[in-house]
Write a protein of this length. Structure first.
Length: 253
């Protein structure tokens, strides 16, 4: 059986990705820090016929990661898909409210975002690689954002974004670079790794809910956001590795 780990899978985009993977017959480990939310997500997906299992996991805690990886290995002796979805944005309470300007963002908030958005993903890749190497076609997806693209930030022909987030954007840019360097190391193996932006999705991260979609055009649902992530999590053997992709295909770095 194909197995997958989705971090931050108890709600929002992560839950949508887990649901979509599960509908394909893939067993999904639901990585989540809070047991109550993880168990609720597990029950919700199982009610839909998905083989889902809550996995206690805090990507900022090395001990938590090690325990989670041991549990996966004991259950299935391998791993086919890792989706590094866990992420936070703490410079603003949502997309539309004013964010703190870069000159005023406390370093502690920047550090906190790096610990989850970048270092957490790196730690998960390093810890799960022994299991991923046992797969005949392992796939890693780092869930990134357009805000991590230097091209989007510097191209004068593009309409400027209404937000200028130092910690979040730079942590996603770092995650993009991690994708490239891991891809270089894994060249010639059966493991493919890509950075994927789901677009602007109505989740807690964006300060919105699915019910807000009618009033805020341009935001997608978690089901829509899951589409590109699942696509690159289930690539065929001739698929790309080390790329940056979004809902409409390849994105500029």
């Amino acid at each position: 059986m194909t197995t997958a780990v989705v971090t931050g899978a108890n709600k929002g985009l992560g839950l949508g990705v887990a649901r979509t993977l599960g509908a394909m017959g893939i067993k999904v480990w639901l990585g989540a820090r809070q047991e109550s939310g993880g168990r609720a997500a597990e029950a919700q997906l199982r009610a839909c016929g998905v083989d889902a299992e809550y996995l206690a996991l805090d990507v900022t805690d090395a001990s938590s990661i090690a325990t989670a990886v041991r549990r996966i290995g004991a259950d299935s002796n391998g791993l086919d898909i890792l989706v590094n979805n866990a992420g936070i944005m703490v410079e603003t309470q949502g997309i539309y409210p004013d964010a703190l300007p870069p000159s005023q963002v406390p370093v502690r908030l920047i550090r906190r975002q790096y610990e989850t958005n970048f270092l957490g993903a790196v730690a998960m890749i390093q810890a799960t690689l022994p299991l991923l190497r046992r797969s005949s076609a392992a796939r890693i997806v780092n869930v990134t954002a357009r805000m991590g693209s230097f091209d989007y930030k510097t191209d004068q022909k593009r309409e400027p974004e209404p937000y200028n987030l130092l910690g979040y954007s730079s942590s996603k840019a770092a995650l993009n670079m991690a994708t490239v360097v891991f891809a270089r190391e894994l060249r010639g193996t059966r493991i493919k790794i890509n950075a994927v932006s789901p677009g602007i999705i109505a989740t807690d991260l964006s300060g919105m809910r699915a019910g807000d979609l009618q009033d805020k055009p341009g935001f997608g649902s978690t089901e829509q956001g899951a589409i590109p992530i699942v696509k690159y999590a289930t690539l065929p053997d001739d698929g790309p590795s080390g790329g940056f992709f979004g809902p409409d295909g390849e994105m500029p770095w």
